[in-house]
Design a binder for this molecule. Structure first.
Ligand SMILES: [Zn+2]
Ligand SMILES: [Zn+2]
Length: 227
């Protein structure tokens, strides 16, 4: 396989700092989510107020934090990471999320969670892929942020159909009892990470498990949020 170490994963130019993975120019060109509801990260009037949907029917998590929409070039990079055997992209994506998260943290928009959980892959998928894409991103993130991370606290108990193309009711049934939580989350501030958040149905199911287990707050973290 062609080694990309020392080159920007997006424009293939030489990198001054090889471990950054994405050059300064490509990083600046990424279209950040602007004017989105703080709770669901979908387009809204303002970054500071909940959108109409969340006012009417608030999701169980407190905040959804994502870097960009699921559009080129980042969606291509994520696909390459997941489906073309490039686990070395994990650190690049982790750093991208870290920088975005730190900015909001310094601006006082969110607090640091006590621990991070990942949306798990079913073991069959993990076996096919050879790695768990979420776990590889969370590991460096948890280390940099000094948050607790233990893989396997959240487990997928059965394989589920892909959520794409299912109605809202079908999605709910599809995910029912698909996850199991281990450990004590009483009074914990928890972040749940997924690489891409689309319908939010998986997030909904897992956040509710956490709340039932006593979690005080849940932040949803993702590299991309499909708009
Ligand atoms: Zn570049
Ligand atoms: Zn909203």
């Amino acid at each position: 396989m062609l080694t990309m170490v020392g080159y920007c994963w997006l424009c293939h130019q030489n990198l001054y700092f090889a471990h950054h993975g994405i050059c300064h120019i490509c990083n600046q060109r990424l279209k950040r989510l602007e004017r989105v509801c703080p709770r669901c990260a979908l387009p809204a009037e303002s970054n500071n107020f909940l959108c109409g949907r969340c006012l009417k029917d608030p999701p169980p998590w407190q905040r959804l934090i994502a870097v960009t929409d699921y559009i080129p070039p980042l969606n291509q990079l994520i696909r390459r990471y997941k489906y073309h055997g490039a686990p070395q992209i994990a650190a690049v994506l982790a750093r991208l999320f870290l920088l975005h998260w730190l900015q909001g943290y310094r601006d006082g928009r969110w607090n640091k969670p006590d621990c991070i959980l990942g949306i798990p892959l079913h073991h069959q998928k993990r076996w096919q892929r050879g790695f768990d894409q979420v776990e590889l991103i969370i590991k460096p993130l948890a280390r940099w942020l000094q948050c607790q991370y233990q893989p396997n606290l959240l487990q997928r108990t059965r394989a589920t159909l892909t959520q794409r193309g299912l109605s809202a009711a079908q999605r709910k049934t599809n995910l029912k009892y698909a996850f199991q939580l281990r450990g004590n989350f009483t009074d914990q501030h928890v972040a749940i990470f997924d690489d891409v958040i689309t319908t939010g149905a998986t997030l909904h199911e897992t956040t509710q498990l956490l709340i039932r287990a006593g979690a005080r707050s849940v932040q949803a973290w993702a590299i991309c949020r499909t708009l």
